[in-house]
Each structure stands twice: as structure tokens, then as C-alpha cells.
Design a protein around this ligand. Structure first.
Ligand code: PMV
Length: 331
């Protein structure tokens, strides 16, 4: 029986991905840059079941149905095509991120699935090919394949759109899970709406390409002030272009804005603190290892806080998920 188990972590973009040039291949309109986290892993075991008629996907001990199962099967279809196989598979996945943390699990999920499935189906993919494969599940997943800091090159086709590691200073993110969250519009729907209706979309695309160049240069130079400044302004630009859609989408809640204000107040006191937020109300504050505790204390009135650092890319592990999933359920 062919089986493989892999582990991957979520990532937070410091230069954001928002908008697809190709929905089928998941090619972005511009490149992006992220930190892979050292927390909230997804561990996934894929086991081939040649006798089965359909794939099975068990997430945190419960069989998935509907969209979650359909997305997994569509992804496995792509792996089957690459491997020249028609075998169905059982996917067991455990996601350590608390649901309330609002950290999109699709990046860690598809990065772990890409590695476990490719091995179970007998494929030996290098990091670039694995990143391209993960991208087909969820765009940002291509960055979770990579250790620590990643740049996703937008590319122009399947072969040229992938993530690779870049050097950057050792940084921390203080994740603030804020209260009062409304149900978010999915990133897929939000991106479509922005592309179709925002009068600022072209400016977002062209400016993001330049922002990424500036960020890569700042990382290479170890220029913290540039890295922090770009992180916060690019996040706010993304939320601005999203808010300019019709009908408008607003992901930030009052408590999210309060965290941006807290970061500004910290900067006024000479602390390195720059806020960013994805397609939801939770905010991450970028800081240094030495200042992380102070930042965490300052933002703690606005939500639950957790300090995370740069973590490993997708990697194989020995212990299959089944045992871990049972523990999870028993807890
Ligand atoms: O990969 P998706 O479809 O989950 O989109 C991610 C979009 C953002 O998290 C808002 C930005 C990013 O670059 O991760």
C-alpha cells in the first residue's frame, strides 16, 4: 500500500497576493512575499486505495463532504494526471490552527497535501515543482512549501509561477485574533469581485509588482524600516482596493483598526511594529524577536495574542495522521 505523510504551516504575506490572471491554473496578477510560520501546522497522510471508487477526505477526525471534498478530489485528479494513475486515495488531515484564529488553513493544507499526495503516487518533485503543484490547490499554498521567507513569482504560465526561498532578517509576527468578526467573503469571491468592479484594480496590479521589487531589495539589505513600512502600506492598499469593489467588501473590524493604531503608537515610542491583515479581521504585527513581548502586551486589549516566527516549509514525517487524529478526537 502506498502511503506518505507530510506537514506544512500557514504563511502570512508581507506583500499580498490579491487577484488571479488565470483562475484554472491559479496564476496571480502580481508576485507576493511571505513568512512561513512556526505554528498551526497541518499534517496530512495520503494512502492510495486502488479498489475504491472515490476519494475520502477526513479532516480532524470527521469525513469531509461538499466543497471541501470536491476541492480535494479536484486536486488529487491533477496529481493522478501527473502520475499517470487512476487510483483513488484516502486523505487524513489534522489541522492544529484553532478555527477562531482565522488563519486560512488552505495554504498549510494544500502544501501538506501536495507533498504527501505526490509521494504516495510515486512522484519525486523538487521544491519548485512541488510549489507549482500546491499552487493548484490554493494560490498562497505555493509559498508554504518554502522554509521561512518565500517569494512567489507571478510568472506567465504553469511552469513559471512558483515560490522560492529568499533571505530576510529574523522577524516575529504577533497574531491578534480580534472579536466581533463578521462572516468574511471568501478570498476567491473577493478577488473576483475586485477584479470585475474596482476602478483601482489596474493601479493595484502595477504598484504591487514595484512593491515586491522594493521588498526583495529591502530583505537582501536587511533594511528593517523598509520591510516594516512596505508590509503595512501594502496591506492597507490591498484592503483599499477590496473596499473599492462593488458591492464593497470590508474585512477589517473596528478592533482590527485599533490594532493598526496600536502599532502606530508603538512606532511613536521607537518600537518596530507594523501591522498587516489578510481577508478577515485578524491582524498580525510584524516586529523583532527582542520587541515581540512588548508588542504582544500592547495589543493584547484588542484580542487573543500569539507570537510566531519563521518556520519550516512542507516536509515529510514518519508518523501517519491516523493516530494523531484519534488523539485529537479523544481530547
Ligand atoms: O490563496 P488564497 O486564495 O487563500 O488567498 C490568499 C489571499 C491573502 O491571504 C489575503 C493574501 C496572501 O497573499 O496570502
Amino acid at each position: 500500500m502506498r502511503t506518505a505523510t507530510a506537514r506544512a504551516h500557514p504563511n502570512i504575506a508581507l506583500v499580498k497576493y490579491w487577484g488571479k490572471a488565470d483562475e484554472e491554473l491559479i496564476l496571480p496578477v502580481a508576485g507576493s512575499m511571505s513568512m512561513t510560520l512556526d505554528a498551526f501546522a497541518t499534517t496530512t497522510t495520503v494512502t492510495l486505495d486502488p479498489g475504491a471508487e472515490s476519494d475520502v477526505f477526513v479532516l480532524n477526525g470527521s469525513p469531509a463532504t461538499g466543497t471541501a471534498l470536491a476541492r480535494t478530489t479536484r486536486f488529487l485528479d491533477h496529481v493522478r494526471e501527473l502520475a499517470g494513475s487512476s487510483a483513488r486515495a484516502r486523505v487524513d488531515s489534522v489541522n492544529e490552527a484553532p478555527t477562531a484564529a482565522g488563519l486560512a488553513s488552505s495554504a498549510s493544507g494544500f502544501a501538506a497535501l501536495a507533498l504527501a499526495a505526490s509521494r504516495a503516487f510515486g512522484l519525486e518533485l523538487d521544491e519548485r515543482a512541488l510549489s507549482r503543484l500546491a499552487r493548484r490547490g490554493s494560490g498562497s499554498a505555493c509559498r508554504s512549501v518554502v522554509d521561512r521567507y518565500a517569494v512567489w513569482h507571478a510568472g506567465t504560465d504553469d511552469a513559471t509561477s512558483y515560490a522560492e526561498p529568499i533571505e530576510a532578517p529574523d522577524l516575529r509576527l504577533v497574531i491578534v485574533t480580534v472579536d466581533g468578526a463578521q462572516k468574511a467573503v471568501s478570498s476567491r469571491e473577493g478577488m473576483r469581485r475586485t477584479a470585475a468592479t474596482s476602478p483601482f484594480y489596474d493601479a493595484w496590479i502595477s504598484s504591487t509588482a514595484r512593491t515586491l521589487e522594493d521588498m526583495v531589495r529591502a530583505c537582501a539589505a536587511g533594511d528593517l524600516e523598509q520591510i516594516g513600512g512596505i508590509t503595512e502600506s501594502h496591506a492597507l492598499r490591498m484592503h483599499a482596493v477590496i473596499a473599492s469593489s462593488e458591492p464593497p467588501v470590508r474585512y477589517l473590524a473596528p478592533a482590527s483598526v485599533a490594532v493598526f493604531d496600536a502599532a502606530a503608537a508603538l512606532r511613536a515610542e521607537g518600537v518596530f511594529a507594523h501591522a498587516t491583515a489578510d481577508a478577515g479581521p485578524n491582524v498580525c504585527v510584524l516586529t523583532t524577536p527582542g520587541e515581540a513581548e512588548r508588542v504582544a502586551a500592547a495589543v493584547s486589549p484588542h484580542g487573543r495574542v500569539r507570537i510566531v516566527g519563521p518556520g519550516p516549509g512542507a516536509h515529510l514525517v514518519d508518523e501517519p495522521v491516523a493516530a494523531a487524529a484519534a488523539e485529537e478526537v479523544a481530547r
